[in-house]
Ligand binder design. Structure first.
Ligand code: IMP
Ligand code: MG
Length: 173
């Protein structure tokens, strides 16, 4: 463990177990349908690929990249890499790493919703409800977390720590 990691919130085993449970729920809820998983780059990639491997349904994966302007940009979000596929008439499940204020997802759901998918739901690995500003309906939540900045399993601090197999709290630089 790098010595700037202060605390582990969820171990590799705990994450694996929770991802399996989520996949089971998704498999049951979407039985008989095909899914499009939309993974939000880059943070949700580890989660999305692990989840996809456990979902027993025909599915497609697509990726979308967004950037927010500045540090506390309050919802000014822009798509820097759009989906490859047309999602009209499809069952779409957006895969996020973490929902914090909710501004990013609000923008994203409005944009994707305008493309007329058959359904549009969210599966987030982490939910930090203490900082929520925009109320968003999250269909699947991996873990709720306290008001601490976390890294690992896809989540970064200045592009570092994404490859940690667990989710932890780092010492502020
Ligand atoms: P929101 O728009 O405030 O909900 O911000 C969500 C986005 O901020 C996430 O998709 C992450 O990219 C990033 N983010 C928020 N909190 C954390 C954190 O604790 N660690 C790493 N990234 C975070
Ligand atoms: Mg993100």
């Amino acid at each position: 463990m790098p010595d700037d990691v202060l605390e582990i919130l969820f171990t590799e085993d705990e994450i694996r177990g929770r991802v399996r449970e989520l996949a089971r729920q998704v498999t049951a809820d979407y039985a008989g349908r095909r899914l499009v998983l939309v993974s939000i780059l880059r943070g949700s990639v580890f989660f999305a690929t692990d989840l996809a491997r456990q979902i027993e349904l025909p599915l497609a994966m697509d990726f979308l990249s967004i950037s927010s302007y500045g540090e506390d940009s309050e919802g000014v979000v822009r798509i820097t890499k759009d989906l490859e596929e047309n999602i009209a008439g499809k069952d779409v499940l957006v895969i996020e790493d973490i929902v914090d204020t909710g501004f990013t997802l609000k923008y994203l759901l409005r944009t994707l919703g305008g493309r007329n998918p058959k359904s549009l739901e969210v599966c987030t690995l982490l939910d930090r409800r203490a900082r929520r500003i925009i109320d968003i309906d999250l269909k699947y939540i991996g873990f709720e977390i306290p008001d601490k900045f976390v890294v690992g399993y896809g989540l970064d601090y200045r592009q570092r720590y994404r490859n940690l197999p667990y989710i932890g709290v780092v010492k502020p630089a």
